[in-house]
Design a protein around this ligand. Structure first.
Ligand SMILES: [Mg+2]
Length: 217
């Protein structure tokens, strides 16, 4: 018997564009001004720095650490606010949350830092649907690439893995890892695939829109 549905946030309930604007536009723009170079040059340099860390590492998610590293004076709060108009729910997010919220307890399990999660939930007014809101990286100092994050989640919510469903757009972090610990998981195939999407999606439970979830559950 399923009791809880856990959602990733970026690229799953909220368009991934917001994070992309902060990380790949806002930060390079500040950098280009400070170091007097073109935006494209700054973007390329910064991209390389991000990639040298990678999204499996906690440091990838720590915006203040990156601002420090690049010695930029803009604060993370200012940056997040600057692009907040880019925050946009994915199609059907509201209807699906409204519907599922009547049948299940809903939680957020995101890799994004707490400040991003808070901003996105407030801007979309989605906070009201969720009983628990968890930033794996800020609250648990873990990335969702690890079995132990999902094991911790089950413990925290006091359910066994077969009582939770997880949905997210990252084939590994949101599907393979939670599936491995026994959580029924669905990979939302977004229009813009992940960088590592060359991964074979065969054998994964996939959906092409949140609406499809309603038929599958
Ligand atoms: Mg995501």
């Amino acid at each position: 018997m399923k009791k809880i549905i856990s959602f990733d946030l970026d690229g799953t309930l909220v368009n991934a564009r917001y994070g992309d604007m902060v990380w790949n536009h806002g930060i390079p723009l500040e950098y280009s001004k400070k170091y007097n170079m073109s935006f494209d040059e700054a973007k390329g340099l910064i991209r390389k720095q991000y990639e040298s860390v990678g999204d499996a590492d906690l440091l990838w998610y720590e915006i203040d650490r990156w601002l420090d590293k690049f010695q930029l004076s803009v604060t993370s709060e200012e940056l997040l606010e600057r692009y907040e108009s880019q925050i946009e729910p994915v199609p059907y997010a509201q209807e699906v949350l409204e519907y599922l919220g009547q049948k299940y307890m809903l939680v957020i399990a995101s890799n994004a830092a707490r400040i991003f999660v808070d901003k996105e939930l407030d801007y979309t007014n989605f906070r009201r649907y969720f009983t628990r809101i968890i930033s794996a990286t800020s609250d648990c100092k873990m990335v969702k690439k690890e079995d132990r994050f999902y094991q911790w989640l089950c413990g925290e919510l006091q359910v066994s893995p077969d009582e939770i469903i997880h949905i997210g757009d990252h084939p590994v972090f949101d599907h393979d890892i939670p599936s491995r610990v026994g959580i029924e998981s669905y990979c939302l195939m977004s229009e813009q695939p992940h960088a590592d999407d060359s991964l074979d999606l065969d054998g994964r439970r996939t959906i092409t829109s949140l609406k499809e979830l309603l038929d599958r559950l």
